[in-house]
Design a protein around this ligand. Structure first.
Ligand SMILES: *Cc1c(COP(=O)(O)O)cnc(C)c1O
Ligand code: SF4
Length: 332
């Protein structure tokens, strides 16, 4: 039995007690909302959701705090920008069963949960139709049948939403169902929960992952070293000791992490907790996210600087997603 970090009630309490009112967040951070009013339309389209544990890592009185920038529903989102559309990845074209995306050879992505613990304003799935892709068990059966029927699928990626927003019972059912498909050798979980609500890494979860027949890869999503406090470090350490390969993906975001020194610190901080950098994504051109964009030239310059100052294994791969391409496009 692996040591529990927190009881399950705890993380579920955190998940049901999110900050959803911008006024509450601004008050908590001692910020004057008149300086950067929350956009009503932005909020209606993609509500505010911030775990308290995440808000506690923000600096009081600082509108430019890199964690706050990721979640604050700015009125700037309401402006349109040329080339920014609802579904730039044309994901609907790769959606053969409800809740399943099959874009790349050898691996499929399951929308395991329709919701997240946090709403990141730059999210490329902010306009994805989760209602159409809500995982009722019947739908999962269809998706699982699809995987079973295609022996070329070696890896199943649980994504979302956030798959760890599922309760342990549902997650266990899903993992056991996937474990019975013999050609699937790797289970990958893309999740932001160990970072935003580290209490999610319970003894029960660790046991479930370490008893998995498949090789387990956990790809966390962290954009800035300030997101990693002691509790997050403990959660990541426990996941690593439980046998999962730990990787991180970040999104390169203007005003959040668009500097080599920031990303270098992030890589070192993650490495200290046994996490290696995987991807650094250029954000997708989703409507409402133009203010986060970094030009390709600037992105390449930043990664060039990282290459000049870090060992190769601490430099994330700069990628962009091009619809129809056989993989993510490597830019450096
Ligand atoms: C990004 C993505 C993957 C995983 O790609 P890797 O390069 O293996 O990390 C798989 N399926 C879909 C639909 C994706 O968007
Ligand atoms: S956790 Fe991931 S899927 Fe959820 S809102 Fe943030 S970026 Fe989007």
């Amino acid at each position: 039995m692996l040591p529990a970090i927190q009881t399950a009630e705890n993380w579920q309490e955190c998940l049901s007690d999110l900050i959803t009112d911008p006024r509450e967040l601004a008050d908590f951070l001692q910020l004057d909302q008149r300086l950067d009013p929350a956009g009503e339309q932005a909020l209606a389209q993609f509500p505010l959701k911030v775990p308290r544990a995440f808000a506690e890592r923000m600096e009081k009185g600082n509108w430019r705090d890199p964690l706050l920038r990721q979640v604050w529903p700015s009125f700037v989102e309401e402006r349109t920008a040329p080339g920014f559309v609802a579904d730039p990845l044309r994901e609907r074209h790769y959606n053969p069963r409800p809740g399943l995306l099959h874009k790349y050879r050898g691996r499929v992505l399951l929308i395991a949960a329709p919701h997240c613990a946090i709403h990141c304003r730059y999210c490329f799935r902010r306009e994805f139709d989760y209602r159409e892709n809500t995982p009722a068990r019947r739908d999962w059966r269809e998706a699982l049948d699809y995987i079973r029927a295609d022996a070329s699928i070696e890896e199943v990626i649980l994504s979302g939403g956030d798959p760890l927003a599922l309760g342990d019972r549902q997650l266990r059912w899903l993992l056991e169902s996937i474990a019975r498909i013999s050609h699937v050798t790797t289970l990958r979980i893309h999740t932001r929960l160990p970072v935003v609500i580290p209490e999610r890494v319970t003894g029960g979860l660790l046991e479930m992952l370490s008893s998995c027949r498949q090789r387990v890869v956990v790809v966390v999503h962290c954009n800035h070293a300030q997101e990693i406090d002691r509790r997050v470090a403990v959660a990541l350490g426990a996941l690593g000791r439980g046998g999962a390969v730990l990787l991180n993906q970040s999104v390169l975001l203007q005003g959040v992490n668009d500097g080599a020194a920031i990303l270098s610190e992030l890589s070192k901080r993650l490495f200290a907790e046994n996490v290696l950098p995987y991807y650094l994504h250029l954000p997708d051109r989703v409507a409402g996210t133009h203010h986060f964009h970094v030009t390709l030239d600037a992105a390449e310059a930043i990664v060039g600087e990282l290459q000049a100052s870090l060992p190769g294994y601490l430099v994330p791969r700069l990628v962009r997603e091009d619809p129809g391409a056989p993989a993510k496009t490597r830019l450096v």
